[in-house]
Design a protein around this ligand. Structure first.
Ligand SMILES: [Zn+2]
Length: 278
């Protein structure tokens, strides 16, 4: 089931691009290639620029945590244990965190990675709870979640938009293609475009969280501190101040805690049975 969904996620944009390629090959001319390139280039450029300015604003508006802070050696130790590069640590800008509906901690960056912490995370969580959540954040880096999500959602928008635009090409070249064909291709282009926003992105986001939790629990050997840290985050002033805005964030925290509990129990029983057989 899990793999089928992933295959579907990869197959949809590939099929759309294949159809675009077919249209170009069948009806395209040198001019059409130039037009396609001219329309696609700004989209790619714009996305890269947006990612870049996004990471810049996180860094400019947040406060770097001094290297002497005990959080640094603890994070480095975890990173080494997990086989991920060293991360820069910041106290996150509260407005940016609120904009993202992020609670506690967030990881940014595709090439150079940064973990940003909320004020509440730094003040209210114990060292063990902080480490557990840091392990979760580092797991996002380990699995290249940011890159995966950018590539997946972008390929859906991009493939959808191209199909929509390529629907016109046959009629530009040979004005005898039935209108139903043109609207059919254009309509098919809207599907991946909308699906990218409404389904693929949320699906990947949820899956990334589950995966990061699993890795963190395995690294820590238990989910206890992750759960107690998350329990505190649910009580954080951000969520308390605006229950409606953070409804999804809160629900996802509850859902994750249940999964972590189950995972933690099965890990504990496995350890016991290993000890018994040894
Ligand atoms: Zn996460």
């Amino acid at each position: 089931m899990k793999n089928q969904v992933l295959c579907g996620i990869v197959a949809v944009p590939l099929a759309a691009f294949g159809l675009c390629g077919y249209i170009l090959w069948r009806w395209g001319s040198a001019d059409v290639y130039v037009v396609a390139l001219a329309l696609d280039a700004p989209l790619v450029f714009g996305t890269v620029l947006r990612l870049w300015s996004d990471s810049k604003s996180w860094h400019q508006r947040s406060t770097p945590i001094p290297r002497e802070d005990p959080l640094y050696p603890r994070t480095i130790e975890l990173a080494m244990k997990m086989g991920v590069p060293q991360h820069d640590l910041y106290a996150a800008d509260p407005t940016l965190m609120a904009k993202r509906r992020a609670v506690g901690a967030i990881t940014t960056g595709i090439r150079r990675h940064t973990v940003l912490f909320s004020d509440y995370f730094l003040k209210a969580l114990t060292q063990e709870e902080q480490d557990a959540i840091i392990a979760h954040e580092l797991a996002h880096t380990k699995q290249s979640h940011a890159l995966r999500s950018v590539i997946a959602s972008f390929s859906f928008y991009f493939a959808g938009w191209n199909l929509f635009f390529f629907a016109a090409i046959p009629n530009l070249q040979t004005p005898n293609l039935p209108d139903s064909w043109v609207s059919g291709i254009a309509g098919a282009g809207l599907i991946p475009f909308v699906a990218g926003i409404t389904m693929v992105r949320p699906y990947i986001a949820t899956k990334s969280q589950t995966e990061a939790d699993e890795i963190a629990v395995n690294v820590l050997g238990s989910g206890d501190f992750l759960i107690s840290g998350m329990k505190k985050l649910i009580e954080s002033p951000e969520i308390k101040s605006d229950q409606k805005k953070y409804r999804i964030a809160r629900q996802s925290l509850y859902g994750r805690m249940v999964r972590i509990q189950t995972l933690s129990r099965s890990l504990a029983s496995r350890n016991i049975s290993q000890k018994n057989t040894a």
